[in-house]
Design a binder for this molecule. Sequence first.
Ligand code: BTN
Length: 275
Amino acid sequence: MERNRVFNEAQSPIRKEEISARLHTALLGKPLLVLDQIDSTNRYAFRLAQEGARDGTAILADTQTAGQGRMGRRFQSASGRGIYLSLLLRPGWPLSQAFYFTAMTAVAVCDGLEASCGLRPQIKWPNDLLVDGKKLCGILTELKTAPDGTLAYLVAGIGLNVGQKSAGEFEDDIQSKAISLSMLLGRPIQREPVAAALLNAMDAMYARYLTGRREYLARYRKDSCTIGREILLARPGSGAQTAAKALDVDDRFALVVRYPDGRQEAISSGEISIR
Ligand code: BTN
């Protein structure tokens, strides 16, 4: 009895119908797969893609046993506490167009959160969503190329902290850096309306991907908490951090930085911390 009560409060599973009823997407979430547990929704999306799954397939899981973050890191995916969502997309764009997808997804996720919770996070380049300097959401986009080098498909993974009531519910290494919707809004949050809003906002972005880039770029810059800040920059594959000032985000969503010696560079991938 006691165990049931705890399960209902803390871990009620995501209800697919509660999401479907709120979707007004043209493409995304058709089909929508809602799982209790999976290793990683991104990995599962790749497996489904190999079997021919459709453009727009969306996968949500209540928990992930091997949630993946950027730079080979793990993404904490506690049961019942988050939205762990992956989208399989087969856009048919030239590969060069796909590299803006993560940044545009960051704006779309902000749109979805604003629509469902009245809360608009800031974007730490390239694609962490922060509120009060703490991470609310991470995005991991992975591309698959065909043997001829063209884009075969892409998988966009969104990990959003929702139900943690306090920092103590995160594991030690991120306790001081992570935050959840419940912590920010001071009340329990139903995941289904938020998941539906994310899918609706992603669908709108996907439909306008090629024609709406300038608008999304302008909004990316507006939502940025990186531009104008002193940062430490780590390039992929390098443990070293370089001090720089973030000057702007250019038309390709690259971060334009100035080093202490006055040199400027546009960085298209990497990781930053704000000093
Ligand atoms: C990051 O912050 O480094 C990116 C985190 C992305 C996490 C999401 S959760 C859903 C999807 N499945 C995964 O294994 N990762 C992404």
